[in-house]
Design a protein around this ligand. Structure first.
Ligand SMILES: [Zn+2]
Length: 334
């Protein structure tokens, strides 16, 4: 078997939205990628993957599972009709709190701030000034240390953007992160967080509608935090709220469910807690294909940007690997 799991976040008609600069996938490119995947892969239903993990079925040689993270309205309005039209199954990973309380997650506040401020260097300076305001009450690293710890570019972002994400999504203490994200969001995007959240995230009825129509709903934590950085009791609470959301969607206690780790972050403690909670499959953000199901709680994924966006695009290296025409492990990616 060779399973390709693809990750999506924002999928929207970008030029005709209020935030054309948001880092997302335009609808036309999404449709093109669905056509490409239809041509080269066999789509798997999440239940098939779960059954394969239990040893009850065997996945097709060149299977593909689509995954949509963060419970965005995009997934209901743009993604769902296009999947339904083509008969393609998928799994959706909403974080629990925005569904329950209609509040913004910090991870998304940062995205919309970045999409609203044209010069990321200005935003870095502004953010560091906000960090300084917290120094009296929190022991925070000096600027040089922050640059050293958060300074590495990732494979999708510029240095400034990856610095801001790392700083505001991970490195600062949670209370400081939360406060700075809120200030920046209110300054640059809107002061009305509740309406923005209601426009951004699906609600429970929409999730139920997806589930009724053959889609799977998986867990994505409560507040979209780095699970590996949380203590066991905090992780337990994240998983408790995750289960509670899945139960609200399905109308019964979930068994054999799928977790998508927020930021791809988990620890050994996470895996133990998830097994206890009946989670059978976990999806990481490690880039790669799934060639066996020996460690089902640590499956790799590709990002949508790793694959072409048109049916007639040249066959990508990842597709060749999935078909077995290129040996897996060849090249630098894996
Ligand atoms: Zn996420």
């Amino acid at each position: 078997m060779m399973l390709t799991i693809v990750t999506y976040h924002y999928v929207r008609d970008l030029p005709r939205t209020r935030f054309p600069e948001i880092r997302g996938l335009a609808t036309g490119r999404f449709e093109g990628q669905l056509d490409y995947l239809t041509k080269h892969y066999t789509f798997c239903h999440p239940d098939e993957v779960l059954a394969a993990v239990r040893g009850e079925t065997v996945l097709p040689p060149n299977g593909c599972l689509l995954t949509f993270d963060d419970g965005l309205c995009d997934h209901y309005t743009t993604v769902f009709p296009r999947l339904e039209e083509r008969g393609i199954p998928a799994v959706f990973f909403p974080a629990a709190r925005p569904i329950r309380e209609r509040t913004m997650l910090e991870v998304h506040m940062i995205h919309f701030v970045l999409a609203s401020v044209p010069d990321p260097r200005r935003l870095v300076a502004e953010t560091l000034n906000l960090v300084d305001q917290h120094r009296a009450t929190h022991a925070l690293p000096d600027r040089a240390t922050l640059f050293r710890v958060c300074g590495a570019a990732n494979r999708f972002d510029t240095l400034e953007v990856s610095f801001l994400k790392r700083l505001l999504q991970r490195e600062l203490p949670a209370l400081v992160r939360r406060d700075i994200c809120r200030v920046l969001f209110q300054r640059h995007v809107t002061a009305d967080l509740t309406s923005f959240a209601a426009e951004l995230y699906m609600d429970l009825a929409q999730l139920r509608c997806l589930a009724r129509n053959g889609m799977a709903i998986g867990g994505h934590g409560d507040v979209h935090d780095w699970l590996e950085l949380l203590g066991p009791s905090e992780q337990r609470e994240e998983i408790r709220q995750t289960l509670s959301l899945l139960e609200s969607v399905a109308g019964q206690r979930p068994a054999n469910w799928i977790m998508g780790y927020p930021y791809g972050s988990y620890s050994k403690v996470t895996l133990d807690l998830l097994r206890e909670a009946g989670c059978a499959v976990g999806l990481t953000s490690e880039t790669g294909l799934v060639s066996d199901l020996v460690r089902p709680l640590e499956l790799r994924r590709l990002d949508t940007n790793d694959l072409p966006f048109a049916a007639d695009a040249p066959v990508s290296e990842w597709t060749n690997r999935a078909r077995g025409t290129v040996e897996v492990g060849a090249g630098q990616a894996g």
